[in-house]
Ligand binder design. Structure first.
Ligand code: NAD
Length: 360
């Protein structure tokens, strides 16, 4: 097991990052410090960590508002906090946004990752590579491209990204790998399937559906909703990251998945039915009637699915949460955190989403 003393978490105010920080502080074996570097873009929300902040701020939790592209700042963090571990979540993460504005994706996902690698290289390698240091890159299944009706991505599947988002993530993964091969920087990369759960920004399919369905608003679905994703409950992803941080092999890449392939239309209908059962149907009838089909996303990948046999074999990790249980927990969270929802749904976000989806 590695000693995790001073962990730099980038993008810790986002969806998976904030869930991971909650997860980390709930582990009795973890007694180190977390330094959360986040720029607070539209997707970042420090409120996600208010409990952690009030309990540990200044002792075991430190928040730095800043950009991973700022080399001077990142250098100072490595120095001031004696960073031994980086868990790199910070990214522009929404495929639709990458289609209308790819530049920000190149800046944060490619350039930002490069800056972090440079700072890690300077801090660790020039000191003679202190024992136990690790750069952990959080990546996605989307870098592998699209599958047809059958088959799975393995860690050997060649990268074949189709969207500006996945291209930027693929580029950053390649830099991480190159820093291991060229400079001997200790790295691990994991590629995970679609996450869902608390604190996800409501532009993504599952929270968008929960909120629109509960409020009786139209639920947009791309194309005919036939695209297939493998959904994992975010806490299961956090557990896999924790296992890999402690016991993953340096220089290796690991696939993480939920073992739960679903068509988008099935996901949306499940949420509608669960809400009908939980809070009753709408006066106008079942929530399924709210579904509207919108013009398909350009370059929309048909199917992603992961072969997770490597992480199962090496670390004995498996996803634990079945889909219905995970959805019920997520629905419960969004219904009881209406204030959070109100605050993240700014006017700008609403205008953007209305302009983007063209009903067909
Ligand atoms: P998110 O969009 O919810 O959060 C991203 C966070 O990064 C935000 O807090 C944002 O403020 C911060 N950030 C953005 N640009 C920054 C910059 N330049 N400097 C510092 N901070 C910055 O994203 P997420 O869904 O939590 O995803 C986290 C990571 O996991 C990403 O790298 C993403 O590619 C990867 N991932 C996501 C999923 C998924 O289903 N959400 C699946 C697999 C992999």
């Amino acid at each position: 097991k590695r000693k995790l003393r001073n962990i730099l978490i980038t993008g810790g105010c986002g969806f998976i990052g904030s869930n991971f920080i909650h997860y980390l502080f709930a582990q009795s074996e973890f007694s180190g410090r977390v330094i959360n570097l986040d720029k607070i873009t539209y997707a970042g929300n420090p409120e996600n960590l208010s409990e952690i902040n009030s309990k540990y701020h200044g002792t075991r939790y430190f928040f730095v508002k800043g950009d991973i592209c700022n080399l001077e700042l990142v250098r100072n963090i490595f120095h001031d906090y004696d960073i031994d571990t980086v868990v790199h979540f910070a990214a522009e993460s929404h495929v639709d946004r990458s289609i209308i504005g790819p530049a920000e994706f190149v800046k944060t996902n490619v350039n930002g990752t490069f800056i972090l690698l440079e700072a890690a290289r300077e801090a660790w390698l020039e000191k003679g590579r202190p024992e136990g240091c690790l750069f952990y890159q959080i990546s996605t299944d989307e870098v592998y491209g699209s599958l047809g009706k059958t088959g799975f991505f393995t860690e050997e599947t060649p990268y074949c990204p189709n969207s500006p988002y996945s291209a930027s993530k693929a580029a950053s993964d390649h830099f991480v790998r190159a820093y291991f091969k060229t400079y001997g920087l200790p790295v691990i990369i994991s590629n995970c399937t679609n996450n869902y759960g608390p604190y996800q920004f409501p532009e993504k399919l599952i929270p968008l559906t929960i909120l629109n369905a509960s409020e009786g608003k139209p639920i947009p679905i791309y194309g005919k909703g036939e695209n297939i994703r493998d959904w994992i409950y975010v806490e299961d992803h956090c557990e896999a990251i924790w296992c890999l941080l402690n016991r993953g092999k340096i220089g290796e890449q690991y696939n993480i998945g939920g073992g739960n392939q679903q068509k988008n239309i099935v996901v949306v209908k499940m949420i509608c039915h669960l809400l009908d059962e939980k809070i009753g149907p709408l006066p106008s009838g079942p929530r399924e009637n709210l579904i509207i089909f919108v013009q398909d996303r350009p370059g929309h990948d048909f199917r992603y699915a992961m072969d997770i046999s490597k992480i199962v074999r090496e670390l004995n990790w498996r996803p634990k949460t079945d889909f219905k249980t995970g959805l019920l927990k997520t629905i419960e969270w969004y219904l009881t955190n209406q204030e959070w929802v109100k605050r993240v749904k700014s006017g700008a976000y609403k205008n953007w989403i209305e302009a983007f989806y063209k009903t067909v």
